[in-house]
Design a protein around this ligand. Structure first.
Ligand code: SAH
Length: 356
């Protein structure tokens, strides 16, 4: 048997790539379609019942079906939200959140092991970025989550995807684009772009490039400030791209896709949360086809940043509404299970170090 490193990774291949692989093995072309379907259903090679036994054995010995496995699952007693901790073949761990709404299941995916963007409020970036995830590792998180749901007797699979876990999707551009193209394919997970949200801290060149990919996902932009001065206090990326540039890239995305952009705005006490800040924000967003999502800050003890009171959230929201900006306050889910990005992974790594 080959070890993990030498094995061929089949999830994450397009049907064409699988076709070439099976041709090399001297197999008929239709194997690609069969195996593509099984891989996305989370079926291990030995159970791919329409393949000859010898082929199943060969694939088991030489290939990987899913590089991701669930290490831990923690369910919130408040709302059924589930935090998932996954292991990767090289020993890295990543995390995700499975949210259960009345209308279906939404999975929050990681796109990198950690993150190198350095936002002051975010736990994912505290240790930097170890590496980017492959398309297989992104698809694999969904296949795992579907397995968890099936294990609980839940009939419904993951229907919506948010790329809002650890990592900056546009810092892993090619893999994310390939992942999205495979995600929507018939015979695979078949999740359409309207069911996907992608959140970025605003890497302008790749935002513009993405607008031309014909992958009309909902674009979320982590704005978190009404002006460059404040944005630079918490987001190092703001030293590279100005808010004006970021908003121009958003307008371009709206123009190309016809979709509105969502602005994420985490309210941080004493930093960006006053009614004057709301007014400044409204002014900047005037006339744009957009929506503002106010996020009460999940406090990250390592960073010493504080969230705001309900009253402050309401006042900020009202100030935007009065200026005709569409705005909602993000529902907090899984508050009892370290729902914020990067927190569970950090605890797990810390525990492992303490045990060692
Ligand atoms: N790198 C991407 C996606 C990952 S984070 C991005 O920057 O958009 C998903 C969202 O959670 C982002 O809007 C991010 O700014 C926000 N976020 C990170 N830490 C947070 C915290 N402690 N409290 C509230 N929101 C946070």
């Amino acid at each position: 048997m080959k070890d993990m490193k030498e094995k061929t990774q089949l999830l994450g291949m397009t049907p064409e790539e699988l076709g070439a692989f099976f041709k090399e093995l001297g197999q008929p072309a239709f194997r690609a379609k069969q195996v593509f379907a099984w891989l996305h259903q989370g079926v291990p090679f030995e159970k791919m019942s329409n393949l000859p036994k010898a082929l199943r054995e060969r694939l088991t010995g030489e290939c990987i079906d899913n590089p991701v496995r669930v290490l831990e699952q923690i369910e919130s007693r408040l709302d059924g939200t589930m935090k998932l901790l996954y292991g990767l073949p090289d020993g890295h761990v990543i995390e995700g959140v499975l949210m259960r709404y009345k209308y279906g299941n939404t999975l929050c995916l990681s796109t990198q092991v950690g993150c190198r963007m350095g936002c002051a409020f975010c736990a994912s970036t505290l240790d930097g970025c170890a590496r980017s995830l492959t398309p297989a590792e992104m698809l694999g998180q969904i296949v795992c989550a579907n397995g968890v749901l099936a294990g609980q007797g839940e009939g419904q699979k993951v229907g919506n995807i948010v790329l809002m876990g650890s990592g900056e999707p546009f810092d892993n551009y090619d893999n994310v684009v390939k992942f999205l193209r495979i995600l929507r394919m018939e015979g695979g997970l078949c999740i359409g772009m309207r069911s996907v949200s992608l959140s970025t801290c605003g890497l302008v060149p790749n935002m513009c490039r993405f607008a031309e990919e014909n992958l009309p996902v909902t674009l979320s932009l982590s704005l978190h400030a009404p002006n460059d001065e404040i944005r630079r206090q918490t987001m190092p990326v703001a030293k590279v791209y100005s808010i004006d540039d970021v908003l121009s890239a958003c307008r371009y995305y709206i123009e190309k896709t016809g979709r509105r952009v969502i602005f994420e705005y985490a309210l941080v006490h004493g930093v960006n949360a006053s009614p004057e800040h709301a007014q400044e924000l409204a002014h900047r967003l005037r006339g744009m086809q957009c929506h503002v999502n106010l996020i009460p800050l999940n406090s990250v003890p390592e960073r010493g940043l504080q969230g705001v009171s309900e009253r402050e959230v309401d006042a900020f929201k009202k100030a935007l509404e009065q200026r005709n900006i569409s705005v909602t306050r993000r529902r907090e889910m899984g508050d009892d299970i370290e729902g914020a990005c990067g927190q569970l992974r950090r605890r797990y790594i810390k525990d492992m170090k303490e045990e060692a």
